[in-house]
Write a protein that binds this ligand. Structure first.
Ligand code: GLA
Length: 379
């Protein structure tokens, strides 16, 4: 049964009536533009056909009650006294309620059933999907217009200040604002978005290495500080404001490690903008080359890849149907993404999964993705 059917059926069993709303918010895969969001730069993710779903109805009073089908648990809290629930899925629900109120939204109570099919901890932004589904539920109950940047900022505030993970804005923005059939160019400074059609005849394939590494780890924060140090050197707000030629000119004055970190960010921003041009003119081969270059930069300059990610990218890139591949998300584990000729994609999926298993002994997952809308009321 599909997840939307599951939440509706479970809602009807529990509450003896049909839900007033069914909302969904998707996970994401980032095509290109990695570790650029917290540098006020550019990213190009797509919302995928895996999502968090909530069937709900307004409730009298100030209580929010959510049944999680995936965890077999119920969480109830009072909107006037939101308390943390560390380590639980419910902490994300509570964190979003807290952040929305901090940012001035008037919230009303509701009750509902939640389920999702974004694999947890795989680097496909299951937590952003949950956050944006909860925001979409509050917006539906309060009857406010959906404002993706405002909702994404609330989700990010929940993540940074409530859950305590210092991530950028990309994951919440794409989950809030995705457009079916398109990738979304996000300017992470202005939060302006432009939808860019995916190249016809090509599939976006996610390659899950079956290795995991939590974001709370120190490496992500360390990369952020190194980028900030580089921006300080140039006297600018963020590396977004530094061009490739400015960086090259300053190489001798920069600590070699800081220089390499900055070179990744500065060249990656340029690759994202070029990727958009290639997509607008339908040049999938050139887009693929940019994915390959992004991976090399993340591996060698930013140093956030892993043995498994490198192996999967190498195996994918060697397949005849693949025009480009790279690690996606924060790195150190999780997923890679490949751009693959549509026709060859089922054979590609089988062949690279077998190749990866033979090389690493790990059982990977391979998903051929469809680009979907961002958070929406579906019924
Ligand atoms: C994680 C974070 C994002 C972004 C990526 C790296 O997914 O949540 O904000 O920084 O890493 O591009």
């Amino acid at each position: 049964m599909t997840v939307d059917r599951q939440v509706v059926q479970a809602f009807e069993e529990r509450f003896g009536a049909a839900p007033a709303f069914v909302v969904r918010a998707p996970g994401r895969v980032n095509l290109i533009g990695e570790h650029t969001d917290y540098n006020d730069g550019f990213v190009l993710p797509l919302a995928i056909d895996r999502a968090a779903w909530i069937a709900l109805r307004p409730a009298a009073g100030r209580a929010v009650t959510v049944h999680s089908l995936d965890f077999g648990e119920v969480d109830t809290f009072d909107l006037d006294r939101v308390a943390p629930q560390p380590g639980s899925w419910a902490n994300y629900v509570r964190g979003v309620a807290w952040a929305l109120q901090q940012r001035g939204h008037a919230l009303a109570g509701w009750e509902g059933v939640l389920a999702g099919d974004v694999p947890l901890g795989a680097g496909l932004s299951s937590s952003a999907a949950l956050e944006m589904a909860v925001a979409r539920a509050f917006a539906a109950v309060g009857d406010w217009p959906w404002d993706p940047p405002a909702m994404a900022l609330s989700g990010q505030m929940a993540e940074n200040k409530w859950v305590g993970v210092n991530t950028g804005i990309m994951d919440q923005m794409i989950s809030a604002a995705g457009v079916a059939g398109h990738a979304l160019l996000i300017d992470c400074r202005s939060l302006e978005t432009t939808s860019i059609p995916l190249p016809a005849g090509y599939a976006v394939v996610v390659l899950d290495t079956a290795t995991r590494r939590g974001l709370a780890g120190s490496a992500y924060n360390e990369r952020r500080s190194q980028c900030e140090a580089a921006a300080r050197h140039f006297g600018v707000k963020a590396l977004r404001d530094v061009s490739v030629s400015q960086l090259e000119a300053a190489q001798a004055d920069l600590d070699p490690l800081i220089y390499r970190r900055a070179r990744h960010v500065v060249t990656e921003n340029a690759r994202v903008l070029q990727a958009c041009d290639e997509m607008r003119t339908g040049n999938a081969l050139e887009l693929g080359r940019l994915l390959d270059a992004s991976h090399a930069s993340l591996r060698d300059d930013f140093q956030v890849s892993s043995r498994e990610l490198d192996a999967f990218v190498e195996i994918a890139a060697a397949h005849g149907a693949c025009v480009g591949a790279r690690m996606t998300g924060a790195g150190f584990g999780g997923c890679a993404v490949a751009l693959v000729e549509d026709e060859g994609s089922p054979a590609f999926a089988r062949s690279v999964a077998a190749g990866y298993m033979a090389r690493t002994g790990l059982s990977p997952r391979v998903y051929v993705c469809r680009a979907t809308n961002g958070a929406e009321i579906v019924a």
